[in-house]
Design a protein around this ligand. Sequence first.
Ligand SMILES: [Zn+2]
Ligand SMILES: [Zn+2]
Length: 319
Amino acid sequence: MNKTIALMLALLATQASAGTVPGSLDVQWNEGATDCTATPQPPLQVHAYEPQTFVLRQNPCASFEANFLYLLIGSERALLIDTGALADPAQMPLAETVLGLLPERAGARMPLVVAHSHGHQDHRAGDPQFASLPSVEVVATDPASVQAFFGIDPWPGTGSVDLGDRMVRVVAAPGHHPAQVVFHDDRTGLVLTGDFLLPGRLLVDDAVAYRASAQRVIDFLGARPVTHVLGGHIEMDAAGGLYGYGSRHHPGERRLELTKADLLALPAVFAEFNGFYSRHANFAITNPIRNLTAMAIAALAVLALAIWGLVRFLRRRRK
Ligand SMILES: [Zn+2]
Ligand SMILES: [Zn+2]
């Protein structure tokens, strides 16, 4: 390769993540087990992406949801995004683990904000563990509380939280849940998406809102550096096959991280979405309620046809 071209490419690569602190996702997440009682697993796995950024993963044996939680530490305070699927500290020692990761400031533990990607139970069940702790603020999961805390005005729009030398931007992204938000961390360039975008099933509650949110997030990120897009779950293996719903065993799990390209692909995959299902190599868009309703209608139709056939058969026999 020509030296000038090589230099230009190197320059472009550094510009893409300009100013962000590098981190590592070189980690093997615990995959759970087919028989969890026979194979005891530690409930929580902690990975330091870099000294001020932690990825925590709840074991598939502790909860099939196997949530990923994120702890971002600034110079003044820390932000925990999501508290996972389990409330009982005996089963899931979340608060104890998170507090143990917080540095000291002026002889005291650094203040902590507990916020959420969205309000589904598997992302906030651990909240009570933090409720009565000193220097800990738990942000409620209704849109009004999320809007007020992050200064998102109007809703759905954008806001932010300053952790001290670390700004975290917040984009309202309803569609999966009315108070879903997406975080962008200026320190690392990480985009934390909860259930809005993850390697697995994107469950659509409001398709119109979801589509608009995808565009809002893309527009907001624009030229901002994006190093990795990290969601709330992994639901597929490395070959792209989806695990069965409720599976506590994730053999050959796909990597957690998605890319900016995956995010940019969302509008096109939505354009293919017929209200039921649409598939991308790294995720699937689906509407579970619609699919269930369609299946129920199909089952009723089959049943009605069977009864009609039976009645006809009996009538003929009588003749
Ligand atoms: Zn959810
Ligand atoms: Zn979830």
